[in-house]
Write a protein that binds this ligand. Structure first.
Ligand code: FVH
Length: 293
């Protein structure tokens, strides 16, 4: 990686929603000269009052050394960047907008075609966390862009460079969010079951937090088995046992008048695996049913 980090240059932030505003505020606190732009101009006024310059157009904002893009989605990013590609030459553009991995790769390819220095990013934090110890931001793509922008990016939280494939930051973001939503879905299922007997969600939240805290470290035991790819005979719980366990959970939910819609797909995958003669294999080999190409 080239050591070409810039001194405290100027930074523009495109997009002043909840996240863009938090980022602009953090950069100001960190001593950066900031310029902000937002489609709805009124949202820029508190930033002007706090010391940022306000750009009337994206083209004007493109004058900064570093341009951070914090818009809603892939479409809004392309809509706003494409008309100003020529103005972004010689600048570093870091896109922190949530996109899919292929959208990130597509924008990186477009930027490369325009001769732009472009880095893709993904934010593993909510706005209140920006700049704090728990804030994690993932980056991937052009290594040199990362090296240049790094001092500014590090003011936002822990900065992690994931690799030269521009889709990697987004992929990791999406993978971690997938795990999160599945976990929260499990919590909601538990609440739905327990409230049928009058247990409030507040209590189930405590119970689920303690239980998941105890079992989550087992992922560290699953991981080497998955990486080794040897599931037979099962070093852990086998497919047939787990099918029975899930069948009981589904029945218990239904007996309480609660849908088992979150659970049924997992049971279906295990049934498919058993149907291929893999009932005695470790249940975590169900991961192979997730690979569709
Ligand atoms: N907020 C969060 O907790 C999450 C945490 C993880 C990462 N996300 C992603 O960050 C991107 C921005 O999120 P946000 O929270 O700032 O989102 P909003 O408050 O809804 O603001 C959206 C901004 O995007 C502007 N915008 C939308 N469409 C367009 C467009 N076609 N052209 C120009 N700007 C556009 C919008 O402008 P306006 O409505 O105020 O005029 C806001 O500035 C996002 O990818 C999250 O997934 C945040």
């Amino acid at each position: 990686m080239k050591e070409t980090a810039m001194p405290k240059g100027t930074v523009s932030i495109l997009g002043l929603g909840a996240m863009g505003s938090a980022i602009a505020a953090r950069l100001r606190e960190s001593g950066y000269a900031t310029t902000v732009w937002n489609r709805t101009a009124a949202k820029a006024e508190p930033h002007r009052a706090a010391g940022s310059a306000v750009a009337a157009t994206v083209r004007e904002a493109a004058a900064s050394d570093l341009v951070l893009v914090v818009l809603l989605d892939h479409a809004s990013v392309r809509e706003r960047l494409e008309p100003v590609a020529a103005d972004l030459e010689g600048k570093v553009v870091v896109n922190l907008t949530t996109t899919t991995p292929n959208e990130a790769r597509d924008t990186a390819a477009w930027a490369a075609g325009q001769g732009l220095t472009y880095l893709d990013g993904a934010i593993m934090a909510v706005p209140e966390m920006i700049g704090g110890p728990e804030s994690l931001l993932l980056y991937s793509g052009d290594e040199n862009a990362y090296a240049i922008a790094r001092p500014a990016l590090e003011t936002l939280g822990t900065a992690s460079y994931e690799g030269t494939d521009a889709g990697l930051a987004s992929l990791k973001d999406m993978a971690l969010l997938t795990a999160m939503y599945q976990m929260f879905g499990g919590f909601l299922q538990a609440v739905a079951m327990m409230r049928t007997v009058g247990v409030p969600a507040v209590q189930t939240a405590k119970d689920v937090t303690a239980w998941l805290g105890a079992v989550l470290p087992h992922t560290a035991e699953f991981a080497p088995v998955i990486d080794g790819g040897d599931y037979d005979p099962a070093p852990g719980q086998d497919v047939d046992f787990t099918r029975l366990a899930l069948a009981s959970l589904i029945t218990a939910s239904r007996e309480q008048g609660v849908s088992a819609a979150f659970l049924e797909p997992a049971k279906r995958l295990l049934d498919e695996l058993a149907a291929t003669g893999r009932g005695a294999a470790d249940w975590i080999s169900v991961i192979d049913r997730l690979t569709i190409r």
